[in-house]
Ligand binder design. Structure first.
Ligand SMILES: Cc1cc2nc3c(=O)[nH]c(=O)nc-3n(C[C@H](O)[C@H](O)[C@H](O)COP(=O)(O)OP(=O)(O)OC[C@H]3O[C@@H](n4cnc5c(N)ncnc54)[C@H](O)[C@@H]3O)c2cc1C
Length: 378
């Protein structure tokens, strides 16, 4: 049987041939090998469902969308892997966002992320069910977990991908990622080992529409790790809000500065504007390289990909390496004294002028117009 190709994947989802092969591989699962099964015994697309404190990381939903597309192209099921404690509601959420199956391990040991029990849990379900592709969000947690899982399974992992395609004939994942500091886009294949693993950058893929009518299977698995065998203990969890790192990926408003800011002492202008709008401060690479702001603020090919409702680019020329990180923002406002700056090509609204006049004027106007309770205090 032919599986659906990229052009007609919406019409043909599950082909009979693939279903038979899926059943075959599951019946055959007693035959475990240390190196993991080969390509012919592996079927299905898996997404690791990242959660902390019962909150699903948005990147997991983005990956369900991407995974759905790959699963349709290959004619297989999309499954989620969910680890944690008291996490039942998340499993059904994953189904609503596109998963056909969710493998769940619910245990107090998994309440907070620790590499060893999470790695061993993922590895045990992968060995049992043999997916051909496994996707993990390139968050701090995901990057840690993926390396550990891939090493244990002795399979291939492409990190921080920005593009995923699958070839229905060879069933190979084409995982594309920027490399050499963004100078080269590399498409990497893993022909022999399974699963083909990739971590994917947050905010690159779209979250699929929520479909409450979807039905799927939730399969409970047992934890095979004992607390005594885990070397790490969690003493305290300090959330992102309490540290200086910029949290740009899911900010609704970002006010970004470039080389035009002239120096670190002027970034307070942007912080003031961002605070008024309840947003975060971003930057192009120029101020990061000059040491004016921390690299966690950098937007672009070698920085973060962002999609806020409002992106204000202040003194940023709009080099392609910057644009790829922010051009999907809903509304882009550009402030630049050069009317020919390429940033104006992607801007919804453009202001040509000196930022040292415009930004303070904007702040003043916003202070007067915004209702008092919406203004966040310094
Ligand atoms: C491999 C590679 C990866 C890269 N990755 C990234 C990345 O992730 N992110 C990124 O941003 N860049 C990246 N870059 C760098 C990128 O090519 C540009 O050099 C960089 O984005 C330029 O930053 P800028 O726009 O702030 O500075 P410039 O290009 O110098 O632009 C400054 C702008 O400020 C304006 N300006 C100056 N003074 C004022 C004023 N008083 N009022 C108003 N406007 C003013 C100027 O007209 C100008 O348009 C990468 C480059 C390479 C080669």
């Amino acid at each position: 049987d032919q599986v659906a190709g990229p052009s007609d994947r919406d019409e043909h989802t599950l082909s009979n041939g693939s279903i038979e092969e899926l059943c075959l591989s599951q019946n055959d699962s007693q035959n475990e090998k240390v190196d993991g099964p080969g390509p012919s015994q592996s079927r299905g697309i898996w997404v690791f469902l990242e959660q902390t404190g019962g909150q699903v990381a948005p990147v997991s939903f983005e990956l369900l969308g991407a995974g759905c597309r790959l699963a349709d192209a290959l004619g297989v099921d999309l499954a989620g892997v969910l680890l944690g404690h008291n996490i039942a509601p998340i499993a059904s959420e994953a189904i609503v966002y596109g998963a056909d199956i969710v493998y769940v391990i619910d245990d107090p040991i998994l309440e907070n992320y620790r590499t060893k029990p999470y790695m061993q849990s993922v590895v045990s379900v992968v060995r049992k069910y043999r997916p051909e592709i496994m996707l993990i969000g390139a968050s701090t947690l995901g990057r840690d977990l993926a390396g550990a899982v891939a090493t244990e399974l002795r399979t291939g992992l492409t990190a921080d991908c920005t593009g995923l395609e699958v070839d229905p004939e060879t069933r190979l994942l084409h995982a594309t990622r920027p490399t050499f500091g963004g100078n080269l886009m590399a498409t990497i294949l893993c022909p022999e080992k399974r699963p083909q693993m990739a971590t994917v950058r947050p905010r690159v893929m779209d979250i699929p529409p929520r479909d409450p009518s979807r039905r799927g299977r939730i399969i409970l698995e047992k934890l095979e790790v004992r607390e005594e065998d885990i070397g790490t203990k969690l003493l305290e969890f300090i959330s992102d809000e309490k540290i200086e790192e910029a949290n740009l990926e899911y900010a609704e408003v970002i006010v970004s500065g470039g080389r035009g800011m002239g120096g670190p002492e002027n970034f307070h202008l942007l912080r003031e504007l961002a605070q008024l709008l309840g947003g975060e401060v971003g930057a192009s690479r120029a101020p990061v390289e000059a040491g004016w702001v921390d690299v966690s603020h950098q937007v672009g090919q070698t920085g973060k990909t962002v999609r806020p409702k409002l992106y204000i680019a202040v003194g940023i020329s709009g080099a392609i390496q910057h644009l790829v990180g922010m051009q999907s923002s809903d509304v882009i406002v550009a402030i630049n004294k050069d009317p020919h700056a390429p940033i104006f090509n992607v801007a919804t609204y453009g202001i040509v002028g000196d930022l040292f006049q415009i930004v303070p004027a904007l702040v003043k106007e916003l202070r007067e117009r915004l209702p008092q309770q919406e203004q966040l205090q310094d």
